[in-house]
Design a protein around this ligand. Structure first.
Ligand code: CA
Ligand code: CA
Ligand code: CA
Length: 442
């Protein structure tokens, strides 16, 4: 205690009741010192009380912060788990697009994530109609922890857009479900993948970009280089042809025992049979017959189904080019039959002879060379690309693919990054820059 207050204590301070009485007047000799003592004591009290209150407030804030951090961490973990679970579900269920209803909230408590909901939504309201459609994933988490005065609740919501990637088979110029064979001077300038043997007769010409890959346990002819042996098979794309036939124009059957199409051109702006299909998609429903195409030009998509095991023959010069939608140029299902492309190098689609503007440039005076460019999917016992010296550019998928007679296999590097209906990896990948925390509606 400071020494100058000592006399006041020695002289005795009046009882508190007297001090507080309105009539109390301190003796004049104490007046100045007493007032100073009173003010200082009051100031000290206020300071000490203030400091105490400050400490209590700080402690409460600290507790609140701890609680909020704990809540926040728990909610973040719950959101992350909800996201992880959704991507795991998509990866492990090939039919997730039909088993999940677009826009419906799914409570993940049944998979051990309490108070977490997941929603996958296609902006067109239907996840199943097109496997190339992206989906918006929303995960909401409600976390509660015990707090003074009840439960503290934290609700947070994360949203992102995810999209499928192209099927890995699209990276190859030739993708066979089993073997591939080259004979008679084929030129290869793109990657070839088989699940069986890849053989050649020693006449194959290789240029930059050629490569050969099969699954370990199969063989690749020594002249074919470079080689890679993969440890496991790669599933072939299995497109739902209904996606394409639903938007296709059905071609009329010819009379006789086969389904013949001759001297015809089909594009998104013109058709040899009636009105043009705006998507450039045309469909041959073979009705169990053999399909034969001769002098046919397609810029778009040709779908051939229902051969019931009969063959499909592209037997004279045909030219198939990809249309504007980036769909496959040919989807041919011959079941157990054979599919053959046999174009002679010297033959042309002769516009004058056929009196048809095959290439759609406004005249009927061109000689159009046979070729196939784009994505070709086939199902058949075997596929033959042959006769002589025409160009295949793109990606052909099939079984027992035999290439002969100077056909040139060329790569179209753009196909591997194209998301084509029926040719995706069936999964979802986060679209860069789309993850955001969104406000929770009241
Ligand atoms: Ca859709
Ligand atoms: Ca023309
Ligand atoms: Ca012309």
């Amino acid at each position: 205690m400071p020494w100058e207050f000592m006399p006041a204590l020695r002289l005795g301070i009046p009882p508190m009741a007297r001090l507080l009485a309105p009539s109390f007047r301190p003796p004049a000799r104490f007046a100045a010192r007493g007032a100073a003592l009173y003010a200082t004591t009051l100031l000290l009290c206020i300071t000490v009380t203030g400091a105490g209150l400050g400490l209590v407030t700080l402690q409460m804030a600290h507790r609140r912060l701890q609680r909020n951090l704990q809540l926040s961490a728990q909610t973040s973990m719950a959101l992350q788990s909800g996201m992880d679970w959704t991507f795991w579900m998509v990866d492990s269920d090939p039919n997730w697009r039909t088993s999940v209803v677009s826009g419906q909230d799914y409570d993940l408590a049944s998979v051990g994530l309490d108070q977490v909901t997941m929603r996958l939504e296609d902006t067109d309201g239907n996840l199943a109609d097109d496997d190339t459609d992206p989906a918006v994933l929303t995960v909401t988490s409600v976390t509660q922890i015990a707090a003074s005065g009840g439960q503290a609740v934290c609700t947070r919501r994360l949203r992102l857009t995810a999209a499928p990637a192209p099927h890995r088979a699209l990276a190859f110029t030739v993708f066979s479900r089993d073997a591939v064979a080259f004979t008679g001077g084929v030129a290869v300038s793109g990657p070839v993948r088989a699940q069986g043997n890849i053989t050649d007769d020693g006449t194959t010409a290789l240029t930059a970009g050629a490569s050969f890959e099969t699954v370990t346990g199969n063989t690749i002819s020594p002249g074919l280089q470079p080689v890679t042996f993969a440890s496991s098979a790669m599933a072939s794309p299995a497109p739902d042809l209904a996606f394409y036939t639903n938007q296709a124009t059905l071609l009329a059957s010819s009379s006789g025992g086969n389904f013949d199409v001759r001297d015809a051109a089909f594009t998104s702006t013109s058709s040899s049979q009636g009105a043009a299909n705006a998507n450039g998609v045309y469909w041959i429903d073979a009705g169990g017959q053999e399909v034969r195409l001769e002098n046919v030009y397609v810029k778009g998509t040709l779908v051939i189904t229902n051969t019931r095991g009969s063959d499909i023959n592209f037997e004279r010069p045909c030219r198939l080019e990809q249309g504007t939608l980036g769909y496959p140029v040919l989807l041919a299902d011959a079941a157990t039959g054979r599919i053959e492309f046999a174009f002679a190098s010297g033959e042309r689609l002769d516009e004058t002879r056929a009196n048809r503007d095959f290439n759609g440039d406004g005249d009927s005076a061109d000689q159009v060379s046979p070729a196939i460019s784009g994505l070709v999917w086939t199902r058949s016992a075997s596929v033959i690309l042959g006769n002589s010296g025409w160009d295949f550019t793109g990606c052909i998928i099939g079984s027992n693919i035999q290439v002969t007679g100077g056909v040139q296999l060329k790569r179209d590097a753009t196909i591997r990054s194209r998301v084509v209906p029926g040719f995706t990896d069936g999964r979802l990948h986060i679209v860069r820059g789309t993850i955001a925390e969104v406000a929770v509606e009241p």
